[in-house]
Design a protein around this ligand. Structure first.
Ligand code: ADP
Length: 257
């Protein structure tokens, strides 16, 4: 069996590669996008305008992929005070316009004023990734539920490979009533590049897990085919997480972010 260390090293190389690649790709795609933009305004030749739209749409999709590669590889992280309410408010803003008509959004926090050490932007990115996945899993509508609350985790909650740390955690849940996943899909869920979507990157969940781990937390997922999926992130509220963040800082890439 491969050791944790080898796995971690392979992961770091992958992150490094993704970081370098996305930097170069972004520089290539941006002028392409601009060219597409100007072409599509071309009044005299509808064929050119059509080509312009095509160039712009493909460029836009490429940039989206690059963006998710970048957040996967992102290095510099800073610990700061994160307020639960602010996290959810920011998410609501980001989701505005992305929640389709048939999907209802339920959002709530036991204690919105609760603050903890962490990185606002990264956790927001996690919640956004999970929410967009949830929405995509509900093509014919449903309910997207996002909740934050305190939970006490016993050491029996942790699985081998995780450091069992019983204590108080902030639980963040993103749940949908969508397609759900079978056992096979669940097994591959956190593997880099695993995707079932035509234009997916398969890096969204990898990047979520990376961020949660950097916060000293753990992720759990439960899913039932045809019923829906629940993603849970547990962020520790004890001293430990500051250490975890610092450790991560040193071992992280200095790559472009
Ligand atoms: P991507 O969204 O680019 O495919 P992710 O890592 O975010 O990459 O997700 C990997 C795969 O996990 C998705 O392609 C999808 O098959 C599955 N998945 C993720 N979230 C959900 C969900 N809420 N419901 C059903 N399937 C999901």
């Amino acid at each position: 069996a491969e050791t944790e260390l080898i796995r971690a090293q392979r992961f770091e190389s992958l992150a490094m590669l993704a970081g370098g690649l996305s930097h170069d790709l972004r520089n290539l795609l941006q002028p392409l996008l601009l060219a597409g933009d100007s072409l599509q305004d071309y009044q005299d030749d509808p064929r050119l305008a059509r080509l312009g739209r095509l160039v712009r749409d493909c460029g836009k999709r490429g940039l989206d992929m690059v963006q998710s590669m970048l957040s996967f590889a992102r290095g510099a992280r800073r610990a700061e005070q994160v307020r639960v309410g602010a996290l959810l408010e920011a998410l609501a803003l980001l989701l505005q316009g992305s929640v389709p008509r048939g999907v209802s959004l339920e959002m709530g926090a036991d204690d919105p004023e609760l603050s903890f050490d962490g990185n606002h932007t990264e956790l927001q990115q996690c919640l956004l990734n999970l929410s967009l996945n949830a929405i995509q899993a509900m093509p014919s509508g449903g309910c997207l539920r996002i909740e934050a609350g305190l939970v006490t985790l016993p050491s029996s909650f942790f699985v081998p490979g995780e450091e069992p740390r019983e204590g108080t955690y902030l639980g963040l849940t993103v749940a949908d009533t969508g397609t759900g996943m079978d056992e096979g899909a669940l097994q591959h869920l956190f593997e880099p590049f695993y995707t079932t979507k035509e234009t997916g990157t398969g890096l969204g969940l990898v990047s979520c897990k990376r961020i949660v781990t950097a916060h000293g937390g753990v992720m759990r997922v439960t899913s039932e085919l045809g019923q829906g999926t629940q993603f849970h992130m547990y962020i520790p509220l004890a001293q430990i997480r500051a250490e975890a963040l610092e450790l991560q800082d040193q071992s992280d890439l200095q790559g472009e972010a």
